[in-house]
Design a protein around this ligand. Structure first.
Ligand SMILES: [Zn+2]
Length: 441
């Protein structure tokens, strides 16, 4: 029995498999039940048939490092500064966050992601409540891993008590939320960074992650300010210091890693630590460019990620793919480095692996039915000799026509289902401007 059959499209299964022209993707329940050519798959009994003529059909994007709820409130607030200066101004607003404001920000972020074809995301909450986003995900159920944010020093010292209490109570939180809602929702431990968490906190997070089998999502080696902080305080670079604490491992997604030396790369590879690579944010905040060629040659899993809208200004993986292609060609001086299929893999299946969700990010029988249909019949994409080239270098987020998560339509024909988008934008605008006034005057 097929619930949804998507026919006539250029199907990109990803995970190393070739494009199927005039392909079919069949969905049964929450999983992919068939992928192949029209001749080989009988869709005559499908409950619903989607015609994807002139479209690409591909796994939804897996955004392996972001902060939608908080960062949406900070989008466009401060431009043209370095990371640490940027964090200080952002913090003035974060201190005044309230649950209702976060709820509308979360909803607006989910709308933006659904519209741009992001079906899975790895959220890091640095210092604010997770619950409003758990509520918002009831309205727009994307596949999410929500990392509870912790810190105990510096700018973030005021969340110290909350952090210890939450880490110590993590078994209860995991029992309540982890792998719930048909496994759409998972939770993670999210120590903020080496400059905001001390040794004791990193050690406890590792213990709790092992005890409850929950993943970890942190920031790591994001810019020279962080590297210098770590060298000055601990005599080691960030990756090497965390390794000395026994922290790194395959359950860790490390956002950024824009400053890595050869030893760092070797340690990340040996420990199986994964990377959420955010080239747009890193370029914008002057944090450097990850040595991606060496990282990939070492065998490290790397997903592309947008980081939060405060530092990227868009939850848009199309922009991220294009920029990643351009900056790594420029940085290596090698125009053949980072091909279009590799950029698409890093945005889908490799991204899923990078956020420890191997059940999505590919169109393969048994994988979760997280699928997007992208219109290629546009003036900016034609004549479309190769759908992969169109998707990486020409297509825009607005070209996404359908977004399906876990076998359910989240967006159909450009309309996000079950919510009032006008109301969400209006509420979010009102709450964000009130927050800005009470935080900055
Ligand atoms: Zn981040």
């Amino acid at each position: 029995m097929i619930d949804i059959a998507i026919i006539n499209g250029a199907v990109l299964p990803m995970a190393g498999r070739p494009v199927v022209n005039n392909g079919v993707v069949a969905i049964t329940g929450n999983a992919i039940s068939a992928v192949g050519t029209a001749q080989n798959i009988d869709v005559s009994n499908a409950k619903k048939v989607i015609d994807a003529r002139n479209c690409a059909v591909m796994p939804g994007f897996c955004n392996s490092h972001t902060h939608i709820a908080s960062n949406l409130l900070l989008r466009g607030l401060l431009e043209d500064v370095l990371l640490f200066e940027w964090l200080q101004t952002m913090w003035k607003l974060k201190q005044n966050f309230d649950e209702e404001t976060l709820y509308w920000a979360s909803l607006c972020g989910l709308v933006e992601m659904a519209r741009s074809g992001i079906t899975s995301f790895n959220e890091h909450f640095d210092a604010y409540a997770v619950e409003p986003q758990i509520e918002a995900l009831k309205e727009i159920p994307l596949r999410a891993t929500l990392g509870y944010g912790f810190a105990d020093r510096g700018l973030y010292a005021s969340i110290t008590d909350y952090s210890w209490k939450t880490i110590n109570n993590f078994g209860n939180l995991a029992a309540q939320h982890h792998k719930t809602r048909d496994d759409l929702l998972r939770i993670a431990l999210s120590p903020h960074a080496v400059y905001s968490c001390g040794e004791e906190m990193w050690r406890l997070v590792r213990e709790v992650a092992d005890a409850h089998q929950v993943p970890i999502h942190t920031h790591l080696s994001e810019g020279m300010q962080e590297v210098n902080y770590c060298l000055d305080n601990y005599g080691l670079r960030p990756v090497q210091w965390l390794h000395s604490l026994g922290f790194l491992g395959p359950d860790v997604t490390a956002g950024h890693c824009s400053q890595l030396d050869a030893t760092d790369i070797q340690l990340l590879a040996e420990t199986g630590t994964k990377i959420g690579h955010c080239p747009v944010c890193n370029a914008k905040l002057g944090s450097g460019t990850m040595p991606l060629r060496q990282v990939r040659e070492a065998g490290i899993t790397v997903g592309l990620a947008t980081d939060g809208p405060a530092s990227h200004n868009a939850s848009d993986m199309f922009q991220e793919m294009k920029f990643a292609g351009l900056i790594h060609k420029t940085n290596t001086g090698d125009v053949e480095f980072l091909k279009i299929n590799e950029l698409l893999e890093m945005s889908t299946y490799q991204g899923a692996l990078a956020m420890n969700r191997p059940d999505t990010g590919r169109l393969e029988v048994g994988a979760k039915a997280d699928v997007i249909v992208v219109n290629l019949d546009t003036a900016h994409a034609q004549p479309v000799y190769d759908p992969m080239s169109a998707l990486v270098y020409s297509t825009r987020a607005d070209d996404v026509r359908h977004t399906i998560v876990n076998g359910q339509f989240i967006m159909e024909n450009g309309r996000v289902l079950g919510v009032d988008e006008d109301l969400i934008r209006a509420k979010f605008h009102e709450k964000a401007h009130a927050l800005k006034v009470r935080s900055l005057g």
